[in-house]
Design a protein around this ligand. Structure first.
Ligand SMILES: [Zn+2]
Length: 328
């Protein structure tokens, strides 16, 4: 039997369509398959932490380098930071639901960095709260921070939009379903850094004022203010310390470690702008705001990986005993 040119042509078209359909389906499945593998770690009564990876943002980790946490109280769950993407927020909510049937009644954003608030979309808008300056910064910078996260984390960010909390917080005591929380308003890592002390359990949630075993990031930092905040945290009585990045600690070691890094940074910054970033391995001094600087237009996908590495390199001042490569 012979095949007419028309039949051949149709058959080629059909094959192409099938190939396109299969590719589209594969991509969809890949997007739906993004699993952060969130596994809550119980660190005190009613208190759980999702410890992020000790890495920089990448297309592999989807931005999960941050610590988020939640406290199960009699009046609902208090979430501390919502993670780097909508998918993370949704998976965090499911992880909470595996532990308690209580609803999430309060989501606190410690500050306006993207890995701490871009999961907000997953939670009811009236549960979202932050310090006033944090809310303002999410309104003004949320869009560009979100764009940068798309470039660094790729498909993991699908559907993510910045959502600013509507509820401004004031410093002071907050009683939540049997937990005596203290909201402490500090600054230095950013213009507004919320610290939460749970006096009932002794857990101190320090946000990014404290990094444990990781290079502190400084794109919005005021290093003198940061030092003052760390002085105050060192005097705060706690039994368990949850840093913004790095492992949970039982003593003030990570506070002293972050302070030592900042002291070096202050002397370094005596001659350069505070927001500068410097790589000792390459000798590159970047006087703009590192990874948080708005970049446009979007780079082609094939450059994402190398760009993520380059941005990670510029991400932090590299300091003393910390990694001199600045890429972790
Ligand atoms: Zn931060």
């Amino acid at each position: 039997m012979t095949t007419s040119p028309r039949t051949l042509s149709l058959s080629r078209t059909a094959r192409s369509l099938i190939a396109v359909f299969a590719l589209g389906w594969t991509l969809l499945l890949a997007a739906a398959d993004r699993d952060y593998g969130l596994s809550p770690l119980r660190i005190a009564d009613d208190t759980w932490v999702l410890v992020g990876r000790s890495e920089d943002f990448s297309l592999t980790n989807g931005g999960n380098i941050v610590n988020t946490a939640f406290i199960v109280t009699a009046k609902g769950v208090v979430v501390i930071d919502s993670g780097p993407s909508r998918a993370y927020g949704e998976q965090l909510k499911r992880a909470i639901a595996r532990i308690t049937d209580k609803p999430v009644s309060l989501v606190l954003n410690t500050h306006h960095h993207p890995d701490h608030f871009l999961g907000n979309q997953a939670f009811a808008p009236d549960t979202l709260a932050a310090l006033p300056a944090t809310i303002k910064s999410i309104h003004s910078e949320g869009g560009s921070l979100n764009e940068n996260m798309y470039r660094l984390a790729g498909d993991w960010m699908a559907g993510t939009e910045p959502v600013a909390p509507a509820r401004p917080l004031a410093a002071g005591p907050l009683e939540m379903g049997g937990h005596r929380l203290e909201l402490i308003a500090l600054d230095g890592h950013t213009e507004a850094d919320l610290v939460i002390l749970d006096r009932s359990t002794g857990v101190l949630f320090a946000g990014d004022l404290v990094f444990n075993g990781r290079t502190p990031t400084t794109p919005h930092a005021d290093l003198q203010h940061w030092q003052a905040a760390l002085d105050q945290l060192e005097k705060t009585p706690f039994t368990t310390l949850v840093p913004g990045h790095g492992p949970v600690a039982r003593d003030a070691g990570p506070i002293r470690q972050t302070k030592a890094s900042s002291i070096r940074a202050v002397s370094f910054n005596a001659t350069v702008p505070v927001a500068s970033t410097f790589s000792r391995s390459t000798g590159i001094l970047n006087a703009s705001a590192g990874m948080y600087a708005k970049r446009s237009p979007p780079e082609p996908r094939r450059f994402l990986s190398s760009m993520a590495k380059a941005m990670a390199l510029r991400r932090s001042i590299t300091l003393g005993s910390f990694s001199l490569r600045g890429t972790r």
